[in-house]
Design a protein around this ligand. Structure first.
Ligand SMILES: Nc1ncnc2c1ncn2[C@@H]1O[C@H](COP(=O)(O)OP(=O)(O)O)[C@@H](O)[C@H]1O
Ligand SMILES: [Mg+2]
Length: 380
């Protein structure tokens, strides 16, 4: 790969402040993670400009226009600190004609709006938990036939936000209480689903036209006491001093029989492609009481940090962190098949910035409706 000028963009807005020292989602942790990313990209031989984006999109636009990067490394997806605009930022970058890592705006938007993702997946026959419903009012609780237990969460968040021990409900009174809490506290509809009690897996994906599945990871809840529900809540993900953080671990590679592993990989890849994901992703899958896998969550631009998440899964496949970033950059330069270059903001159409993509590869992509037919997939 030639030497690239990379604009590494991250969210510097602090609309929400989880800045307690024990909270691993603090701004300090985020900045440290961005520094590690920049260092690794530089080690790969690229020129990196770190761009902290808070609220001023016009300033951001002017800066990008001046920098003219070969690719924008998009880390503006940090929900915890209130980066609510990730799809708009992604759209702006692409409207300017720059290549961008990770998923395009539409996929980022869809995976933020979890009910839309679930509806889309179930529409093409990809299994999602039963009883999946979007409740915009408390009254709507009466309009469904529920089978408990259920899990209730905000419909437009990520990173375990709004998920606590009380998120699992066993009767209508608890359900009403939790839905009311979500509507008031988060000012958005509540997502309700059957609570699946089986094993939980993370499927790591990387690549563009050639999408690879990384070794499967499993969330191990076996050390949790019975009073704590087995879910990746906010505490489990971020709060170091809680029992859920200390007692839940992730095992990689997971030990799974080959037929089940194949099925999990298959639905995860289909789900990622179905919502238009590109470059890298992590799909959360959980088994029901009969051992059947269902898609819980499609994460389009999941956390990229050495030693955890998809970076750890990649390591298990012999893909080092720098190599993972190289694959992500490569996918960015290939460009997603539905994300057409149409620069609108006055950059010259013949610049290296704009025409960096391989259009032949894009045209040769199948346009069959069946999402998995878009894949030249390999399991690493
Ligand atoms: N329907 C469900 N059944 C069982 N567990 C669930 C369900 N939905 C969510 N969870 C649990 O909650 C965690 C977080 O939910 P998820 O939808 O992935 O939200 P987030 O975007 O915050 O990660 C999951 O990793 C899983 O442990
Ligand atoms: Mg999740």
């Amino acid at each position: 790969m030639k030497r690239l000028h990379i604009a590494l963009v991250y969210n510097a807005a602090r609309l929400v402040l989880p800045d307690r020292p024990e909270d691993r989602a603090s701004m300090r942790d985020l900045r440290a993670q961005i520094r590690r990313l920049a260092r690794t990209l530089r080690k790969l031989g690229h020129k990196v400009t770190v761009v902290a984006l808070a609220h001023d999109l016009f300033r951001f636009q002017r800066l990008l226009k001046r920098l003219r990067p070969d690719v924008v490394f998009n880390q503006y997806d940090d929900v915890v600190h209130g980066a609510q605009y990730e799809m708009r930022v992604a759209a702006l970058v692409r409207m300017m004609g720059f290549a961008m890592t990770g998923s395009p705006a539409l996929a980022l938007g869809l995976c933020r709006f979890k009910f839309m993702t679930a509806s889309l997946l179930s529409g093409v026959g990809i299994p999602v938990p039963p009883n999946t419903a979007l409740l915009e009012t408390l009254k709507a609780v009466q309009e469904h036939k529920w089978q408990f237990p259920l899990i209730v969460q905000p419909s437009q968040e990520h990173a375990g936000i709004g998920l606590e021990r009380e998120s699992i409900v066993y009767n209508k009174t608890q359900l009403r209480r939790r839905v009311s809490y979500i509507l008031r506290q988060f000012n958005q509809p509540a997502l309700v689903q059957r609570f699946l009690t089986g094993r939980e897996f993370n499927v790591g994906l990387v690549g563009g036209h050639r999408l690879r599945v990384l070794p499967l990871a499993e969330v191990d809840y076996s050390q949790l006491p019975p009073n704590i529900p087995p879910i990746m809540s906010y505490a489990a993900k971020w709060l170091e001093n809680t029992e859920e953080y200390q007692k839940i671990s992730v095992i990689c590679p997971a030990s799974v029989e080959p037929a089940l592993q194949q099925e999990i990989n298959h639905i995860a890849m289909r789900a990622f492609r179905c919502i238009g994901g590109w470059g890298y992703g992590r799909v959360d899958v959980r088994l029901d009481e009969n051992g059947r896998p269902h898609i819980l969550d499609v994460n389009c631009n999941p956390c990229l940090d050495e030693g955890i998440g998809i970076a750890r899964q990649a390591e298990r496949a012999g893909i080092s962190f720098p190599e993972l970033l190289r694959l992500i950059l490569k996918a960015a330069l290939e460009r997603p098949p539905y994300d057409v270059d149409m620069p609108m903001l006055g950059l010259p159409a013949d610049g290296a910035v704009i025409n960096g993509s391989d259009t032949t590869a894009r045209r040769s992509t199948s346009t069959e409706l069946e999402p998995h037919s878009l894949l030249a997939a390999t399991t690493t």
